[in-house]
Design a protein around this ligand. Structure first.
Ligand SMILES: Cc1ncc(COP(=O)(O)O)c(C=O)c1O
Length: 503
């Protein structure tokens, strides 16, 4: 392994020494050398094209073998729309049901307890819960500040039906919610009402892993639990025989890259029986009538929640993807990602300007206790001025480093990380709406001097030491640079364009 070069570079003595030091300090990483072999073959396009991919929380990467196995299946079979009795339909029905079973097995979920509903993505799974959960007056929807917008969005369904929406804040520096605070919120439930508690198993912003024993604590206090596993499942084992959340939304492309367009709501039958669908669609009913003006839902089975035709040709690719992860081993992926995250956190926090000031400010834990491989940060110049995230993203892009900037659809963590107050945010939701995130960014920065944007790197199954090393080399370019030093023209805001055009 020691002759691996940093991506796109000739073998270099500093890289070799850094790798040796890393392997000495993280011996567990060496147990995952089969992933290096896999990367060289199945993910060869990364190094052939010189990419450093650091956006696994945005989307996982597919292996070449997944695509060819799926293609072979499609080219050597004839598949029709499932749920009919003709041979091409029956063949497809069989594969759809096989995929459903494979998902349950992958997450060790008992088929007597859980079912799998296929959706277009995790957001589709969340919307199913939001629109069907029996929110009611004096019932509650409790959720952490640390949530993806598709979980935040459920508050609109809750409020529309008169439920109380209760946000539990996370605190700096680690962006965790103290358990006492969570329990205090859970104690508020009126057990005679329907109450839903939502939290992410892993934050898509900070990488924080929230305690899974909150699930039992919530159940004991009269809550149903929605555990958002979209950012957790790609690099962690979710064992649904050990924890028993009621609703588990996820997207498969985040775990193994291909196919996109398929997610799932893994749901407990008991909890599913409480849901009331606000409409019916093809495939979700036993019978309906135009003249009889009624409908009977297929509830509580999975089919009652799958509107119209599922993405049936893509579903066998989900089973192929699950087998791919099983062959690699989710525990090996976890070990590898945590080793690389640990090295990155240590190395990034050790970068200093000549005046002793730190270059990297991390939002979230600076060690790997109860966290995953997603790191949110800002680069700060020697005077304490943050580098504009757009400048950093453009510079990374020029080196084929894919990282992500913005708020990652997780505004709650961003607001806490950047010390933004309720008052500072509320004014953007009355009167004229900013035309884009960039305009909002500029308006807020001008008004408060604060920067509501963050940079995020995230590791995943095909990450290797060379990716981490190349990224840190890139960061060192910012040492002793001033935030305003490099000439750079930001995209003009809509307001600026209008002003210019009017002049
Ligand atoms: C924690 C979390 N939940 C939900 C989602 C929504 O996933 P999708 O965009 O696939 O619907 C994401 C996407 O990044 C996420 O990270």
């Amino acid at each position: 392994m020691s002759d691996i070069a940093a991506n796109g570079a000739a073998p270099n003595i500093h890289f070799a020494a850094a790798l040796q030091d890393f392997l000495r300090r993280c011996p567990a990483y060496q147990t995952t050398s089969h992933v290096d072999a896999l990367r060289a073959e199945d993910y060869a396009r990364l190094d052939r094209l010189g990419h450093v991919y650091l956006d696994y929380t945005g989307g996982g990467l597919y292996a070449a073998s997944q695509v060819s196995a799926h293609q072979e299946m499609l080219l050597n079979n004839v598949f029709g729309n499932p749920h009919s009795q003709n041979p091409t339909s029956l063949a497809m029905t069989h594969l759809v049901e096989e995929t459903r079973d494979a998902v349950l097995r992958f997450f060790n979920a008992s088929p007597a307890e859980y079912t799998v509903i296929f959706t277009p993505n995790a957001s589709g799974a969340l919307k199913l819960v939001g629109e069907s959960y029996p929110f009611e007056a004096d019932g509650r929807y409790a959720l952490l500040y640390d949530n993806h917008n598709s979980v935040n969005g459920i508050r609109e369904f809750a409020r529309a039906r008169g439920a109380i929406v209760d946000y539990v804040p996370v605190s700096l520096p680690e962006l965790r919610a103290p358990t006492a605070r969570v329990l205090a919120a859970l104690e508020q439930a009126d057990r005679r009402r329907h109450n839903l508690f939502a939290f992410p198993a892993q934050s898509n912003f900070s990488g924080v892993q929230h305690p899974l024993d909150w699930i039992d604590a919530a159940h004991a206090r009269g809550w149903d639990v929605l555990l958002d596993c979209a950012a957790f499942t790609p690099t962690n084992r979710l064992d649904l025989s050990h924890v028993h959340p009621d609703f588990v939304p996820l997207s498969f492309y985040k775990i193994f890259g291909y196919p996109t367009g398929v997610g799932a709501l893994i749901a407990r039958y008991d909890a599913l029986a409480k849901l009331h669908r606000p409409w019916f669609a093809g495939g979700t009913i036993t019978i309906t009538s135009v003249q009889g003006d009624g409908w009977h839902a297929l509830i509580p089975g999975a089919a009652g929640f799958e509107d119209g035709t599922v993405n049936y040709l893509a579903l066998p690719a989900v089973e192929i993807g699950l087998h791919h992860i099983e062959r690699i081993g989710i525990d090996a992926i976890h070990t590898r990602v945590i080793a690389l995250t640990s090295w990155l956190l240590e190395t990034m926090t050790a970068l200093h300007h000549s005046n002793g000031a730190r270059l990297v400010h991390i939002y979230g834990p600076e060690n790997t206790d109860a966290r995953g491989g997603t790191i949110a940060f800002t680069l700060v110049d020697p005077t304490g001025e943050p580098f504009d995230f757009r400048r950093v993203e453009a510079a990374a892009g020029a080196r084929k480093i894919s990282l992500r900037t913005g708020c990652f659809c997780n505004p709650g963590d961003g607001e806490i990380a950047h010390h933004l107050s309720r008052e500072e945010m509320a004014c953007y939701f009355t009167g004229k709406a900013p035309s884009s995130f960039y305009e909002f960014y500029d308006l807020l920065h001008t008004a408060t001097g604060k920067t509501p944007s963050t940079i995020r790197v995230s590791l995943g199954l095909a990450s290797n030491f060379a990716d981490a090393y190349t990224f840190v080399q890139f960061l060192t370019e910012f040492v002793d640079r001033r935030a305003d030093e490099l000439p750079w023209a930001p995209e003009p805001t809509l307001a600026a364009i209008r002003q210019r055009d009017a002049a």
